[in-house]
Design a protein around this ligand. Structure first.
Ligand SMILES: [Fe+2]
Length: 199
């Protein structure tokens, strides 16, 4: 049976976010990969007696979205740090698209940071919707509740407490968001945007 593979990330020293937090966080990511594979395996096993196992298989299937999105979301998140901090070029296609959607890059950034501070655990996401050639901000609860169908993530910010609480305490959530942007490699975000446009 085909398996989801755990990806490896080359993460430099970050501002504010400790190596220990990254190490522990990568273990959580590995757990999502493991459990995505396990669910598919378990459902295949249980299919041998599909009638008897129908209820349990249904619950496992429901859980799959949580595990799969937990895996995929973290792959976007950790990749944002690879290569170290890099600015968004003023004349880049992404910066132009952001400004045309929100009036200015700074207006978008303020809005996105506010989305990130949504109460509860989840993700702040900038998506590109190819159908309408536009960018959209979203908040996703947990790993999977509220993902938008058929559009591509461009920027993904993990707002679960495990991402920041050891380094910032619960009250330091806002500073974590600031530091995320200090550590962000915008070239990767631009690449995500151009991949999404081509997809
Ligand atoms: Fe996470």
């Amino acid at each position: 049976m085909k398996k989801f593979e755990e990806k490896k990330f080359n993460i430099p020293t970050l501002t504010g976010i400790s190596a220990k937090t990254v190490e522990e966080h990568l273990k959580l990511y590995a757990g999502y990969v493991k459990h995505s594979n396990l669910i598919i395996e378990k459902i295949a096993e249980m299919s041998a007696d599909a009638e008897k196992n129908a209820y349990a298989m249904g619950e496992l299937q429901r859980r799959f979205g949580f595990e799969f999105d937990g895996m995929r979301n973290h792959e976007f998140y950790f990749k944002h740090f690879e290569g170290g901090s890099a600015a968004l070029a003023p004349d880049s296609a992404l910066k132009t698209a952001i400004a045309s959607e929100w009036g200015s890059f700074d207006a978008w950034l303020a809005r996105f940071k506010a989305v990130a501070l949504t109460r509860g655990i989840g993700w702040a996401i900038l998506y590109y919707d190819k159908n309408n050639d536009r960018l959209v901000n979203a908040w996703v609860d947990e790993q999977h509740l509220g993902h938008l169908t058929g559009i591509s993530p461009v920027l993904m910010l993990d707002m679960w407490e495990h991402s920041f609480v050891t380094d910032y305490q619960p009250s330091g959530k806002k500073q974590y968001v600031e530091d995320f942007f200090s550590n962000l490699n915008w070239q990767t975000v631009e690449q995500n945007f151009s991949d999404a446009k081509r997809a």
